[in-house]
Design a protein around this ligand. Structure first.
Ligand code: CP
Length: 370
């Protein structure tokens, strides 16, 4: 196709996009509520970067792009994906989302990258070969947006909850940065989960969501739990956190979710009993997360978990719910976290959650890049 034809085609697609998908509502906030008040580019680092209106806007746009493809609205745009930890769903769904919008991805894993230094004014005489500031500023000259996944544990919750690598990329990149999961947040997963719940339940206000901890041989990050808790509270759901003592979520996330739930007419409560937590639930969202109390001592956590084998979802537990949807963000340890029977059962929406990642991320990319 001649250059003029391509340009005309792109203009046509953008005009079509404007007619079908533009929204009068505000897009993702340019004012961070987090640690960078001077940043004016749009990042998506945290569920707390979204207002209720912005969340609604993204859910509505995701529903429209799921029903009707918006065309090549990101033609010529490139998303750089930096995976410092493994991923199946996030990696593939972003790649597919960019492809369906006419753009492309560059996918890099830890082994492709130099060891990075995120600390300000560091004297780099250790293992790190490159400072994040140099990597971020360089990548900003190649790509139109960056996604970063880093769920590595240093052994200090006080350190890991700061999401230093992600925040450092956001600080130094001149293009939008997307959180692809940290120990603290997994906002893209949570928006897809809210989208999935709404598809099935239509209205979420007043619905009972139980976020159920489950046993797992490894200490897992808290990101998906924190992010789903925050957005479910924002939507006015009545959220029950069901976990054993010692597996409390971060205080700041709990306090914020209670405030959001209050404002939206919902609630957040905690129970330390799985059966009590599951009773009457409309949605049973199961996953394991590590103990922040024993973040520095994985062996101690493993020892405690030896007596928590009953924290597992099976059909008997499901019958005590209000015919609940069964959710899990995957990957899942089958017959440890939940039985095959419930994961493959009629109320399981685990693959819908995974599929919806593509549509929600198309909406996000359109809001960040158009
Ligand atoms: N749920 C999720 O983020 O899956 P991946 O770890 O496979 O990306």
């Amino acid at each position: 196709m001649a250059t003029t034809q391509i340009a005309a085609c792109q203009r046509h697609c953008r005009a079509e996009f404007s007619r079908a998908f533009a929204s009068p509502r505000p897009s993702i906030s340019r004012q961070h509520t987090t640690r960078q008040p001077n940043v004016t580019k749009r990042d998506f680092l945290s569920t707390t970067d979204l207002t209720r209106n912005e969340l609604e806007d993204m859910l509505e746009l995701a529903a429209r792009v799921k029903g009707k493809r918006p065309g090549q609205v990101l033609a010529g745009k490139t998303l750089g994906l930096l995976f410092f930890d493994p991923s199946l769903r996030t990696r593939v769904s972003f790649d597919v989302a960019m492809g369906q919008l006419g753009g492309s991805c560059i996918n890099l894993s830890r082994d492709d990258l130099y060891e990075l230094e995120p600390t300000e004014q560091a004297v780099m005489d250790g293992r790190a070969e490159e400072h994040v500031m140099d990597a971020a500023r360089t990548l900003s000259r190649y790509v139109d947006a960056l996604g970063v996944r880093n769920v590595a544990r240093t052994g200090s919750w006080a350190h890991d909850r700061q999401e230093l690598l992600l925040r450092s990329y956001a600080k130094y990149a001149s293009v939008p940065v997307i959180n692809l999961e940290t120990c603290f947040e997994h906002p893209c997963q949570a928006v897809a989960d809210v989208f999935t719940m709404r598809e099935r339940l239509l209205s979420l206000k007043g619905r009972r969501l139980t976020l159920a901890w489950s046993v797992h041989p490894e200490p897992r990050p808290l990101g998906p739990t924190h992010s789903v808790l925050t957005l479910a509270a924002m939507m006015g759901m009545n959220v029950t956190l069901a976990h054993p003592l010692g597996f409390e979520v971060d205080d700041s996330v709990l306090a914020n979710s209670k405030k959001l739930a209050d404002e939206a007419g919902g609630s957040v409560q905690i129970v330390n009993d799985l059966q009590a937590g599951a009773r009457g639930a409309d949605v049973l969202y199961v996953r394991s997360w590590g103990s922040t109390k024993y973040w520095a001592d994985a062996e101690r956590e493993a020892m405690i978990k030896r007596s928590l084998g009953d924290w597992r979802i099976d059909q008997k537990l499901m019958t005590t719910t209000n015919d609940a949807l069964l959710m899990h963000p995957l990957p899942v340890r089958r017959n440890v976290v939940a039985t095959d029977e419930v994961l493959d059962g009629p109320r399981s929406v685990i693959y819908e959650q995974a599929a919806n990642r593509t549509h929600v991320q198309k909406a996000l990319l359109m809001r960040l890049l158009t």
